[in-house]
Structures are given as structure tokens and as C-alpha cells.
Design a protein around this ligand. Structure first.
Ligand code: URA
Length: 240
């Protein structure tokens, strides 16, 4: 593989940025400065470093995106921007969102190529909790909280699992937090709809132990940090 392609696939810069890094002597192959971008390297056996930092393909990538409203969670879409317009680093084209948020839903979205993690977090068997905040039309009452706690008939074969509704403000428009333990299509909107209310705005704050980083503005992302990567391992090994 060409050295410049390897570097850009590692996510350290665009093809033209990494060519500049190489020509200006910032890249070493097996300890020697290499100034030619077309040099062929073997990603498995050659040690490539940029400014002293050893690079390599890591098998799995994990990102947290604060998904903005107005983009879809698919890889391609004819009508709307996709999350990959915000997370442009997808060199191997194998990243996918861990579950989908609706076009107009904002907030926490994990994006990874680790199918085992996705499966663990999404599998209906595991009931991983998802916390949302929502603005809805109409007054919310203790009866609504009780309906969420019992489970709601949203027109599927089975009613929803018990969920928690915490009313923050009740009025002609109400504000609340909702925790669900499954992930059906448009679930929160359909739960409120069944109670005669409409969701006006929806944002996911948490999925399992992964909490939306409040420093991320809509459209911003970061890689998972060390503590979150420990949780990834715990989920995969059944310790969470
Ligand atoms: N429930 C919904 O209705 N929409 C989402 O995007 C997520 C949960």
C-alpha cells in the first residue's frame, strides 16, 4: 500500500496534508525518514510513525456524535445529509450507527465498525436503557407517568416494556425525560401519540453507560475516551 494512502486511512490528515508531512520529513518508516509519498509499505509489518507517534490500523473505531436534526443515520441518502457528512473519517467504509435516530431527533449517537458492540447494545434481549429529553404538546400528568410505567399499546403485537417518564415542566407544551429499555421504530413518538400528545423535539442523552458529552455541539464528534473504551470491553465480555 502507498505510504500516503496508509497515513490518510489512519485518519491523520487528508491525502494532500499527509503528502506534505511526508515530503517535509515528518514521517518515518521503520525508523528512517521517508520523503516519498508513493513508497510502498506493508501495514502489517512496517512501523510507520508521524512526528514520533506510531500509527497503525486499529481494528475497531468508536465515535460519539452529537447528531444534529436534519440528517439521517444511513450511509447514503438521496434527499438528506447523512451522519457521515459530519464524521468524514470512514476510510474502510465499514462504520455504522449503533441504532438509528429519526431525521429530526438530536443527540447521542455511537458510530462504530464493531458489530459485537452494536449487537450487545441493540439486542432486545439486553434491555439497554436509553435516556431522552423531549418537548411534547399538551399537559403531562401523573397518569401519563403511570402509563409509561405500565407499558403502552403503540399498535405493535406487544405493548412496550415499562418505561420511566419524569415530568420536568407541564403546560400547554411540556418538558420531560424518558427512559426506555428497548428500541422500536419511532418508539417515543408513538408512546406519546398513544396518550394523545405529540413530540415536538427529541434528544437522546444516554445509551447504556455512554453519556452524551455536553462539550459536543450539534454536529460535533469525538472518539470514545479510555473510560468509555473500558465499558465497550465490559459490554462485550458480559460484565455490563
Ligand atoms: N424514539 C423516537 O420516536 N425517535 C427516535 O429518534 C428515537 C426514539
Amino acid at each position: 500500500m502507498r505510504l500516503d494512502k496508509f497515513l490518510s486511512d489512519c485518519g491523520v490528515g487528508t491525502r494532500s496534508q499527509v503528502k506534505k508531512d511526508i515530503r517535509e520529513g515528518r514521517v518515518c518508516v521503520n525508523g528512517e525518514i521517508c520523503r516519498s509519498p508513493e513508497t510502498k509499505i506493508s501495514p502489517d509489518s512496517d512501523a510507520v510513525s508521524l512526528q514520533g507517534r506510531l500509527l497503525g490500523y486499529s481494528r475497531f473505531e468508536y465515535y460519539m456524535l452529537n447528531k444534529p436534526a436534519g440528517c439521517v443515520c444511513a450511509a447514503r441518502d438521496n434527499l438528506h445529509p447523512t451522519i457521515f457528512d459530519w464524521i468524514p473519517m470512514n476510510p474502510r467504509k465499514d462504520l455504522a450507527a449503533v441504532g438509528r435516530l429519526d431525521l429530526d431527533t438530536e443527540g447521542l449517537l455511537l458510530v462504530t465498525n464493531d458489530g459485537a458492540l452494536s449487537h450487545r447494545l441493540l439486542s432486545p434481549r439486553h434491555h439497554v436503557n436509553k435516556l431522552y429529553e423531549a418537548r411534547v404538546s399538551g399537559w403531562l400528568t401523573e397518569e401519563d407517568t403511570a402509563s409509561f410505567a405500565k407499558g403502552i399499546d403503540i399498535g405493535d403485537e406487544k405493548q412496550t416494556l415499562p418505561a420511566e417518564l419524569m415530568i420536568v415542566e407541564s403546560g400547554e407544551e411540556s418538558f420531560c425525560r424518558v427512559t426506555i429499555h428497548e428500541g422500536r421504530y419511532h418508539q417515543i413518538k408513538r408512546m406519546f401519540h398513544s396518550l394523545g400528545k405529540e413530540v415536538l423535539w427529541l434528544k437522546r442523552l444516554q445509551m447504556g453507560t455512554f453519556v452524551l458529552d455536553e462539550k459536543l455541539a450539534p454536529g460535533e464528534w469525538r472518539r470514545l475516551n479510555e473510560r468509555e473504551l473500558e465499558d465497550v470491553e465490559k459490554y462485550k465480555s458480559g460484565h455490563l
